[in-house]
Design a protein around this ligand. Structure first.
Ligand code: ADP
Ligand code: MG
Length: 360
């Protein structure tokens, strides 16, 4: 099914936005800290047309599902909430949005930690900007996208995913200060590319674990008398805390310092070491890893051609990210998955994609 088949006419416009993977600075964007995401080749395309019956109609090719918005005072559930949210946050900001036909197709894996949700929001907002000539820039697109996800999809997310989808590309890393939104685009480390492998373990405990960690770190910041853990730069200061707050704060402060080291300019080898240290910190201090992710990361770290590897995203399952020698990612993935799957797991490569096209 394409736009024409679903809505009986061609679209007026379309826009794309990529998914993202975070290379360093994990579980820190909600403490006002620094992050280092990059865009992945897979992206989401949103096509728009005007609706003639006064109602919004949303169609997802990936889900083969259509949602008709009969009552704009009632937020829809599921994928429609992200699109509806984008429309509503623009309306609240004073823009007048007509009734629309929206068609979504995507090559970003959904729910795997590669931020298909931000790609959907940013592509929707870009398409709306184009269709209606809205005077909004890429940072505002990211901010509207985050508001849509928080207020309409009900996900208490930071700003990283939307900023990465809106501002990053696949050749560069985006250094982002999530407090000030100060940012710098840097090339990927020399002779290196990104490999993302899914552990095959669903992130079942991720949201309860996330809420608990967040509460612990907010308590740690209160005890130390700062607004957020971002304000602590000397790791020794965390020694004043009781456990487990000390371990949680230790992760955040050391992770921040790792990102700042990259900002000074590092080799691929050093970047890899920092990723390995990040994994150890997420496993031992922040305690968001699981045996499957530890196994996958351990195999990656021992494999020739891998500079470094760690879990990425929320943890409690989900994916690993590795920095590997250029043009070696697919060979490395085959080797790693053979060992990982022999250990009884069911991993799969997510980036680079093995599909024919990332273009969605
Ligand atoms: P992630 O962002 O890591 O992929 P999330 O749980 O945040 O995982 O977002 C996934 C949700 O986003 C899906 O369950 C769906 O509601 C919505 N979504 C993303 N991409 C699409 C798409 N192409 N079609 C329909 N819904 C999508
Ligand atoms: Mg998401």
């Amino acid at each position: 099914m394409d736009f024409q088949q679903v809505f009986g006419k061609p679209p007026e416009t379309q826009a794309k936005a990529p998914g993202r993977v975070n290379l360093l600075g994990e579980h820190t964007d909600y403490y006002d800290c620094f992050v280092l995401p990059t865009a992945i080749p897979q992206c989401t395309t949103v096509q728009l047309g005007f609706s003639s019956d006064g109602q919004h109609h949303f169609y997802s090719e990936n889900l083969n599902e259509q949602v008709n918005i009969l009552d704009i005072n009632h937020t829809p559930s599921g994928f429609a909430s992200y699109i509806f949210g984008c429309i509503e946050v623009l309306q609240k900001a004073g823009y007048i949005i007509p009734s629309l036909c929206v068609y979504v197709k995507s090559s970003v894996p959904m729910g795997s930690g590669l931020s298909s949700s931000a790609a959907l929001e940013v592509a929707t907002l870009r398409a709306l900007r184009q269709l209606l000539n809205l005077p909004i820039d890429d940072v505002e697109i990211a901010q509207f996208a985050q508001q849509a996800e928080i207020q309409y999809a009900g996900v208490q997310c930071g700003i990283m995913d939307q900023m990465a989808s809106s501002l990053a590309d696949t050749e560069h890393i985006l250094f982002l200060d999530t407090r000030t939104l100060e940012r710098r685009v840097m090339p990927l480390p020399n002779n290196a590319e990104i490999l993302v492998i899914d552990s095959g373990v669903p992130r079942t405990l991720a949201s309860s674990g996330y809420n608990q960690r967040r509460a612990e770190c907010e308590e740690a910041a209160r005890s130390l008398g700062v607004k957020a853990l971002r304000d602590i730069t000397d790791v020794n200061v965390t020694k004043a805390l009781t456990q487990p707050l000390q371990r949680r704060a230790h992760h955040v402060v050391t992770e921040n310092n790792r990102v700042l080291e990259v900002l000074q300019g590092v080799t691929s080898e050093r970047f890899g070491e920092l990723m390995n240290a990040s994994h150890a910190s997420l496993r031992d201090d922040y305690e968001v890893s699981v045996p499957a992710l530890d196994k996958l990361v351990e195999i990656l770290q021992k494999t020739e051609g891998v500079f470094g590897a760690r879990l990425t995203g929320a943890g409690f399952g989900g994916a690993s990210v590795a920095l590997v020698r250029s043009r070696q990612s697919k060979g490395i993935a085959t080797h790693v998955l053979e060992q990982y799957n022999q250990a009884g797991y069911n991993g799969r490569i997510l980036v680079p994609s093995l599909g024919l096209s990332d273009a969605a």
